[in-house]
Design a protein around this ligand. Sequence first.
Ligand code: HAM
Length: 438
Amino acid sequence: MPKKPKKTFQTLKGTYDVLPQDQKYWEKIKAVLKNLSLHYGFSRIDTPVIEYADLYTSSVGEATDVVQKQMYIFKTKGKDTVALRPEGTAGIARAYIEHGMINLPQPVKLYYIGPMFRYEQPQAGRFRQFYQAGFEVIGDKDASYDAQVINLFIKICYGIGLKNLSVKINSIGCKQCRSGYRSQLLRYYRSRIKGLCSDCKKRVKINPLRLLDCKEEKCQPAKINAPNIIDSLCKECHDHFKLVLEFLDELEIPYCLDQFLVRGFDYYTKTVFEVFLEDEHIEGGSEKTHKRSSLAIGGGGRYDYLIKMLGGKDVSAVGAALGIERVLDAMKQQNARVSDLQKSQVFLVQVGELGKKKSMKLFDELSSAGIYAMEAFGRNSISSQLKIADRMGAKISLITGQKEAIDGDVILRDMETGAQEIIPVEKIVKVVKERLKK
Ligand code: HAM
């Protein structure tokens, strides 16, 4: 006797199965992503989910939460320190360098979809294995590409069927203007450190810019009057940002400036943005206001130093990624239109050995004619098969018993009325097609 297992297995915390009923959402997202990305000149790339851990420390940043707390990192048997990718941009930058894409016409535009891994505390919209769809434009510093990435992002969301999107945007400047701003910020926070949360006390030392996006209540009073980074931008960064906004205006993409948006990774320069859903309509007196959900459905920005930091040439880039789980959740909340993957309306019922053989052949003929059929070939009783047909929403059942099999006929049963008629098997595909059209 095999031993009874001690426990039943379940998914790891923060991971989940994509069940058949959700596949239609995934297929829609993938189809829209592919279609629009190709239209905008992006080619698909797939990179491994596992990379040398250094890739992320050198790009996302040693001091970031993702690297410090959230990375799945381990030593292989060959003593390499590797990590499951926490995000897609670093791997794509690595691939750009490794495959000499600098020699292709620039910019190189790439899109991807796949799983990412972050050891976070799971909660609504936050998983340990989650999926991102993203796009990167590598090899051009022109502000039009910042706007194009945002435009594509928004187009994909609308294409998927989402409504009420809002874009928050900021510029965090380049090395030059950011260093001046950092000093200014540190001077501002010097007398305010005592009142900050423990994370912000650390941020003052290792990553002062992140003081700006702390969500802790006790850090808000200090934050609110912090110097605005926009006032510290050098001329080039200022002009770049102005142009990005002008392009967005031209594309009629509404946005709101957010001086506190800095994003979590070290590789960003200049433009940073996030997209939210304003999906909660709140009636307030005569005014209708929108409340923004606190989780971004996606975000991105420019990363002009990353390729060089990873050993490549001095090449500018910009990109964005959207979180599939959050998008999928929004699709359900907003009742986005999604069609079923298999529109099976025909159920094959069989009785007896010969009936089953003929039914299996008919199944193939229907499939070749592009008609999806359902069956329960393991069952023998007509009534139990008809019950299943009913539960599965079949419009028509095609019954082949011993007699029909010998006579070369099929019984067509209208599942709504229960009316039955005998049809010669050679005509059945044509008749089914006609009935399904009605
Ligand atoms: P990110 O903001 O870290 O950016 O992630 C992008 C999106 O992925 C988030 O806005 C969110 O929707 C989703 N996401 C992140 N973490 C989780 C999680 N634990 N569970 C569920 N969804 C999550 C990046 O990753 C950058 N690589 C984006 C980028 C591309 N920047 C330039 N190019």
